[in-house]
Ligand binder design. Structure first.
Ligand code: KG4
Ligand code: ZN
Length: 339
């Protein structure tokens, strides 16, 4: 039995978790900072770093208490060291280095996006690999060929806005507030997804890359801009806003599903996994599941608790890196970019 303590501070959630053997989550404590950033309409890096400093000790203590472990039970410490806000990442990385040194436990540096890619496997009896992984978060939208937990190949990525970023920006355009993803999903339930034909950007027909800035701009123009289709936000009724939200959400889902199926055809795998914050969207989960059922593919979406940022996925992937001998030195750094 291998016990890993995971630490996650890459953006606006301070999280710590205790996971056994990469799959059995004993605790997963997440302190969200949404309330601190909401009035600014987005994450303010300096505020995020300060909140991580204030909260991380208590979050780690709580994760260990809930899991009923002491430092002697812990075999390794896994921490997100990329990608993310460097100031925020550094808080977690510094804490993990300190614990690693003080407790004499190995340190493991985990890539946050690869941890999202691994997250659908948490708690499964059978590993879902090899699989095509669609990872949709606030900062990244990627398709991966996941051969094994520590062997993940990128097939495509966003060329501009990430899917979650587009949800957040469209929510701002529609005056719904922050964070936008869950708010768009809620409003879209009352709307007609075929009401407005926003552009579905596929790039070239066989491309596995994504672009969501076009649909975002189309929504902006529809509401305020060229042609003033609606005459401005203040003139829109709640059902018109619902139709815009539903039509936008449908475009994003259609593109994500089509490209994931293209990746399945290209790789020949029979398994699809879905992770990242936008994977919490129920309409996306059911559309991708339906496409998989139609083609008799296995489908696993990350459990809701492991979609948005959490340390369980960091500890879980950290376990596999430990098994593979991928241990970091105390000189390990934090990086804004993904690998
Ligand atoms: O993975 P995540 O927690 O953070 C990053 O690594 O970026 O993803 C956050 C993103 C935000 O853009 C948020 O609006 C989006 O996930 N999101 C959703 C939903 N819940 C969160 N997007 C669509 N529908 C949702 N239900
Ligand atoms: Zn994330």
């Amino acid at each position: 039995m291998t016990v890993v303590l995971g630490i996650e501070t890459s953006c606006d959630e301070t999280s710590a978790a205790v996971v056994v053997d990469g799959t059995d989550v004993r605790s997963n404590v997440v302190a969200s900072q949404v309330d601190l950033h909401a009035k600014y309409g987005g994450v303010v890096p300096e505020i995020a770093s300060r909140a991580h400093i204030e909260r991380l000790d208590a979050v780690i203590e709580e994760a260990m208490a809930v899991a009923k472990v002491t430092k002697d039970d812990i075999d390794a410490i896994a921490v997100t060291n990329r990608p993310g806000l460097v100031g925020a990442l550094l808080i977690g990385v510094t804490a993990a280095k300190t614990l690693s040194w003080a407790w004499g436990k190995p340190l493991i540096a985990v890539d946050h996006i690869r941890a999202h890619a691994y997250s659908p496997a948490i708690g499964l009896d059978e590993p879902p690999w090899p699989a095509v992984g669609l990872i949709v978060s606030g900062g990244h939208t990627s398709l991966f060929f996941i051969h094994a937990p520590t062997s993940i190949e990128r097939l495509g990525a966003t060329t501009d806005d990430a899917a979650g970023e587009a949800f957040d920006k469209v929510a701002t355009i529609l005056g719904l507030g922050y964070p936008g993803g869950p708010l768009i999903e809620k409003v879209a339930r009352d709307g007609n997804p075929r009401a407005i034909d926003f552009p579905r950007t596929m790039l070239s027909p066989d491309s596995l890359d994504f672009s969501f800035s076009g649909v975002k701009t189309a929504v902006l123009y529809h509401v305020h801009g060229q042609g003033r289709v609606s005459g401005g936000l203040e003139k829109l009724s709640s059902w018109q806003i619902a139709d815009i939200a539903a039509s936008f959400q449908q475009v994003v889902i259609d593109v994500l599903v089509r490209k994931t199926m293209l990746a399945v055809a290209r790789t020949g795998v029979r398994s699809v996994v879905l992770g990242g914050g936008v994977a919490a969207n129920k309409a996306l989960r059911s559309a991708l599941e339906a496409a998989c059922v139609e083609r008799r593919l296995k489908f696993h979406a990350a459990k809701m608790a492991y979609c948005t940022d959490n340390a369980a996925m960091i500890a879980a992937l950290g376990y596999h890196q430990l098994q593979a001998g991928d241990v970091a030195g105390l000189d390990v750094d934090a990086y804004a970019s993904a690998t």
